[in-house]
Design a protein around this ligand. Structure first.
Ligand SMILES: [Fe+2]
Length: 219
């Protein structure tokens, strides 16, 4: 007898959460970004009529969408300037690396697909496969919009956070280039009807002053 669906779900959840933990240890910026993307995509899935458990599964995939970055060298990962062609090529391996890690753990193809294809573009100019339009799994198309929205509205060492309005305009401009236009429509409608949709970015400096240098109280 095989494992029951519930047991399988629990195992998958544990595997994915342990990978999320490894991302947290390796790269706190990516981890916090992934948490916000998971929340956005879960809300989007519910808005599009996905069941609670389907939406939760997509959120789990979002938590590890950049898992492959844990295998990218620090000097590339944390580089604040433009990447060279070779560095970019390595960076663009991260969806494949992440998918391979999940396949190695026998994770259901639903999660593998979402991770593998989250940098595909609606017009076919994305990576790693160059899939186009509806050939890109729906999970990945949703993840792409949530992912980019968070990148745009977050502060990074090399860029300021855009306002919700500015991010909105850029996403509309890239609809049908990078994004499925129907997903963009749904995401923006959801954004409009949800007060406080955009999650605050945790203050990295606040965290650092808490732990570096350590206070005596911490011991
Ligand atoms: Fe990514």
């Amino acid at each position: 007898m095989g494992v029951t669906r519930v047991e399988h779900d629990r195992e998958t959840r544990e595997v994915i959460l342990s990978f999320a933990k490894s991302i947290q240890e390796r790269d706190i910026v990516t981890y916090q970004h992934s948490r916000r993307v998971a929340t956005y995509v879960q809300r989007l899935a519910r808005y599009l009529g996905w069941s609670r458990s389907e939406a939760r599964n997509l959120a789990l995939a979002a938590l590890v969408h950049d898992l492959g970055k844990t295998w990218i060298a620090n000097d590339i990962l944390n580089k604040s300037g433009a990447l060279s062609v070779e560095e970019r090529r390595k960076m663009e391996q991260h969806p494949v690396i992440g998918a391979r890690i999940l396949i190695g753990c026998d994770v259901h193809p639903f999660y593998v697909e979402a991770v593998l294809y989250h940098h595909e573009a609606w017009n076919g100019c994305g990576y790693p496969a160059g899939l186009q339009g509806e050939a890109i799994p729906m999970s990945a198309r949703m993840l792409t919009v949530a992912d980019v929205y968070d990148v745009l509205t977050s502060w990074r060492p090399y860029k300021n956070a855009l306002s919700v309005d500015e991010a909105r305009k850029l996403i509309i401009a890239d609809s049908e280039i990078y994004f499925d236009p129907l997903i963009v429509d749904a995401f923006l409608r959801l954004l409009d009807i949800s007060p406080n949709f955009t999650l605050p970015q945790q203050d990295m400096f606040e965290k650092q002053t808490l732990h570096y240098p350590p206070h005596l109280d911490d011991f």
